[in-house]
Design a protein around this ligand. Structure first.
Ligand code: ISL
Length: 553
């Protein structure tokens, strides 16, 4: 296994709007991040990934970019960014930018030109189609965020494609000029000295040009896989991007990929492919989605979850590299999804941290997970901001669904669960802002906050710090082989990590009751390195949500 800084580094993901506001306007900003750099450094992480910072009308909170070279004034503008980059590097941390190459904002100059006339030089920067014979949308594709993926534009009487909101028109990557524009953008940021890119929905940039109707438009996963993702020229485009820009810099790249699965994943990250270093797949993150997607949930199965980790590990082993994450700005809080946030909050948050830092792959920690932040449950829909949530709500209402039941799903599934402001301390607004936060602070900030956990020796925060250090001190946890002992049961997760120099055991109890340890290993040969309970000795039983890391002496 070839070694690399981005394989060993731990990434900390920041959603800037929600991190720290220094102006009192209720929106987090870059000076807020600068203020918190010493805190970030204290975690032991190496790399900061910032969600989009660019000029944007914020229809999708920055994932709709109006100018790829300009930092949003709301966040402090270009000057603040330059200071942030300098201060980040001064502390030995690296900085990764989020870039959205699949679509721009409809307020980007390219689109404003494109919609003016059919012969505008920017017309082919986007996908325009005439109405169908019946005078309808060109096909039955649905947007990720509800409703048709096409919007009619009066000026030229054609539809344009938008796989996300109607303010996020899809860029036409078939057009070499578009590709060059994007490579120039990437180059611009590399020249500034950034250390990598997280590439939004990169799996969607190559379209199937026949634009065939989906055979199952309501089946979310199938439609993405069969119609939207992994299009015919995806690898050609990524190889070109790599040759033109990425390969010229010592940067890391991670592509986000709805529709990337076990069959297609390795092609993006194979060490000989010269495309991307890593991808985010959602194998474990969509386990609790039914055919209709997140608002059609099914029970989460630990056995399936474990299989996803095992299958991906063996697929990538020796050939590519994985990303290990359990949450980000698009999902509910990980302690609510995979732990027991009600009865074993601290134990299960620590267990999940032990899982993250003992898996093979680069670990990504989402802001707030290091203190066990939980889902919000705002009292009514007017408190929500996320466009996906609001559109889904409107659609359910229009269909006449039981809105009480649907609102319970909003509590469980809304992306705003991950976007409520960072809980810094027990002062007003959790120390996030002196003004009214753009999104309401979680009411539990008096119990769950950084200041409190910083000083409490046995806090979740200090457990994260310890686990990050343990991973650094034991590189076998980064590079070593992986084997799961008990893939089929849905109560425990027992695995080992090893190479010729040493062996580690990870024992995780995912239940509210105690559990016998059953592994084909002699436990007396192992010493206890870390436990999320106050334990110094190994025993044959795990308590509720107990997690242990053992090392063979
Ligand atoms: O958010 C999701 C499920 O709730 C995903 O389906 C998500 O829309 C998909 O993974 C793409 O996400 C990325 O691109 C979106 C943006 O809204 C997300 O925040 C971003 O992570 C469009 O740019």
């Amino acid at each position: 296994m070839k070694k690399a800084w981005w394989k060993e580094g731990v990434v900390y993901q920041i959603y800037p709007r929600s991190y720290k506001d220094t102006t009192g306007n209720g929106v987090g900003d870059l000076y807020g991040i600068i203020e918190k750099l010493d805190y970030i450094k204290s975690l032991g992480v190496d790399i900061i990934w910032l969600c989009p910072l660019y000029k944007s009308p914020n229809d999708d909170n920055g994932y709709d970019i109006a100018d790829y070279r300009v930092i949003s004034e709301e966040f402090g503008g270009d000057e603040a960014f330059d200071i942030l980059l300098k201060e980040t590097h001064k502390r030995g941390l690296k900085l990764v930018m989020d870039v959205v190459a699949n679509h721009s904002s409809d307020e980007h100059y390219w689109f404003e030109e494109s919609k003016k006339s059919k012969d505008n030089p920017y017309r082919d920067y986007y996908y325009w189609k005439p109405p169908s014979k019946e005078g309808q949308e060109p096909n039955n594709w649905q947007s990720f965020f509800s409703g048709p993926a096409w919007k009619y534009d009066e000026t030229t009487q054609e539809y344009y494609l938008h796989l996300f909101t109607k303010k996020q028109p899809d860029l036409n990557w078939e057009n070499p000029k578009v590709r060059q524009e994007m490579y120039d953008v990437l180059d611009f940021w590399c020249q500034k000295g950034i250390d990598g890119f997280r590439m939004d929905v990169i799996s969607l940039i190559s379209k199937r040009l026949d634009f065939k109707d989906s055979h199952a438009p309501d089946n979310y996963e199938e439609t993405i896989k069969d119609y939207y993702a992994n299009g015919p020229r995806i690898h050609e485009f990524l190889k070109e991007m790599n040759a033109e820009v990425l390969s010229k810099y010592d940067i890391m790249t991670v592509g986000e990929g709805p529709g990337i699965d076990l069959e297609t994943g390795l092609d993006y990250v194979h060490e000989d492919a010269n495309e991307l270093n890593m991808i985010f797949h959602f194998g474990h993150m969509f386990i609790d989605n039914g055919p209709g997607g997140k608002y059609d949930p099914i029970d989460m199965s630990l056995a399936k979850f474990k299989k996803v980790f095992g299958l991906w590990d063996s697929k990538l082993k020796g050939k590519g590299w994985g990303s290990i994450f359990l949450g980000n700005h698009d999902f509910s809080r990980m302690v609510n999804r995979f732990g027991n946030a009600e009865d074993f909050h601290d134990e299960s948050a620590k267990l999940l941290s032990l899982l993250l830092f003992t898996m093979r792959g680069t670990v990504y920690v989402y802001q707030g997970d290091e203190i066990g932040m939980t889902n919000v449950a705002y009292p009514d829909i007017s408190y929500y901001n996320d466009v996906e949530t609001l559109n889904a709500y409107k659609e359910a209402k229009a269909k006449g669904e039981d809105m009480n039941a649907f609102f319970k799903l909003v509590h469980k599934q809304s992306r705003d669960n991950a976007r409520s402001p960072m809980q810094w301390n027990s002062s007003e607004n959790a120390g996030f802002s002196q003004g009214k936060p753009w999104l309401e602070v979680n009411t539990n900030y008096l119990e769950i906050n950084v200041a409190h956990q910083d000083t409490a020796k046995d806090s979740i925060l200090n457990f994260y710090r310890k686990m990050i250090q343990v991973r650094k001190d034991h590189p076998i946890l980064v590079y070593g082989d992986y084997f799961c002992f008990d893939e089929d049961n849905s109560t425990s997760f027992f695995y080992k990590r090893w190479d010729e120099e040493g062996t580690y055991l990870v024992l995780l109890n995912f239940t509210d009751a105690s559990l016998e340890i059953e592994v084909d290993e002699d436990l007396s040969e192992y010493e206890l390195l870390v436990s999320n309970y106050d334990k110094t000795k190994n025993s044959g039983q795990l308590e509720a949500w107990e997690a242990r890391l053992l090392k063979r002496f």
